[in-house]
Design a protein around this ligand. Structure first.
Ligand SMILES: Nc1nc2c(c(CN[C@H]3C=C[C@H](O)[C@@H]3O)cn2[C@@H]2O[C@H](COP(=O)(O)O)[C@@H](O)[C@H]2O)c(=O)[nH]1
Length: 306
């Protein structure tokens, strides 16, 4: 996680299109008054949970597919989480490693009861196959073994996922430097922590090392709070729903500056209010408010990472 923190700080300090505004951070922290609104994991009531290894398998499949919903105006993360839940309730073997390796686009669509092709459907299938193959090859087919192999370290879990599953390597090259963002690998650790309430498969000694999950909702929320400021060119691209290329300077800055800004918020909360807060908590608060505000303009990038 040190790589994520160091490289996103580099972006924030070299940025051309996005500014992390210190006054905006101060104001946001003042407004919280030390009380981050407490949002329960699964506040929506859409996730599968049985307190056992099947939940871990479900969450790993969920976070394998947890990206890019916006190209379909009606599709959202909720459809994915609840669709996979229902599929698992109907067939406990649906996410077995051998099944994952055989999925077709049509089967995934049917599983989610989605009437048309999913955004980046071929990529989703490729990633399911990759996850099924590598789970079988290295972890006895079970995501729970992957988690247990990391000895209660969220940082080790993120690193292990990135080294075994290329589809989770959420990196970019920015102004000649490699930048690490790891959205889906980190959110898997956070989902375990949230679902299992920090116990069992969700017990991590280093959950505070996780950063926020740089998607397209949290940057929009940070902009609304005045924590992020955009150049006028970038602001007009976002407001007019124009696509931003994956790996472009603008895209990397939006994501990296969001991570950096929330780490700065944590530091300020610690200094001013003497409280240690987790990025996981700040993320869920920002995300939950962001998704409940659909008129909030967000950036649009075709990406398998978020
Ligand atoms: N930073 C951050 N990004 C998150 C999530 C979650 C869901 N987390 C679950 C965990 C516990 C809660 O109960 C949540 O249900 C999804 N996303 C991202 O949002 C986008 C989807 O937006 P829309 O198209 O409107 O559905 C897409 O990039 C998706 O990858 C999060 O927590 N944090």
């Amino acid at each position: 996680m040190d790589q994520v923190k160091a490289t996103t700080a580099f972006v924030a300090n070299s940025s051309s299109h996005v500014v992390v505004d210190s006054a905006g951070i101060e104001k946001a922290v003042e407004n919280i008054q030390g009380k981050i609104p407490k949002i329960e994991w699964d506040f929506e009531g859409i996730h599968y949970f049985d307190n056992g290894p099947l939940t871990v398998q479900y969450l790993f499949v969920l976070d394998t597919l947890n990206f890019c919903f916006w190209p379909d105006k009606k599709l959202s993360y909720d459809d994915l989480a609840s669709g996979l839940k229902e599929a698992l309730e109907n067939d406990k073997s649906v996410f077995d490693a051998d099944h994952l390796q055989k999925f077709t686009g049509l089967q995934l669509r049917n599983l989610l009861k989605w009437p048309r092709p999913l955004p980046l459907e071929d990529e989703r299938i490729r990633l399911l196959h990759e996850v099924g193959f590598e789970l079988e090859r290295s972890f006895g087919g079970k995501a729970s073994n992957l988690v247990q192999s990391c000895g209660r370290s969220a940082a080790k879990l993120v690193a292990t996922i990135a080294s075994h599953f290329p589809g989770f390597r959420d990196h970019s090259v920015y102004k000649g430097h490699q930048i690490f963002l790891y959205k889906r690998a980190q959110i898997f650790a956070a989902d375990l922590y949230g679902a299992f309430k920090g116990q069992g498969y969700g017990e991590f000694n280093d959950i505070s090392s996780i950063t926020i999950f740089a998607d397209y909702i949290v940057p929009a929320m940070l902009w609304k709070l005045g924590v992020l400021k955009y150049s006028s060119a970038l602001a007009s691209i976002i407001e007019s729903n124009k696509e931003i290329a994956s790996g472009s300077e603008e895209e990397v800055e939006l994501r990296a500056c969001s991570i950096y800004a929330v780490e700065k918020m944590r530091d300020l909360i610690s200094v001013k209010l003497g409280k240690q807060v987790l990025s996981v908590e700040l993320d869920l608060w920002l995300w939950a408010y962001g998704v409940q505000n659909p008129s909030l303009p967000h950036h649009r990038t075709l990406s398998i990472y978020y």
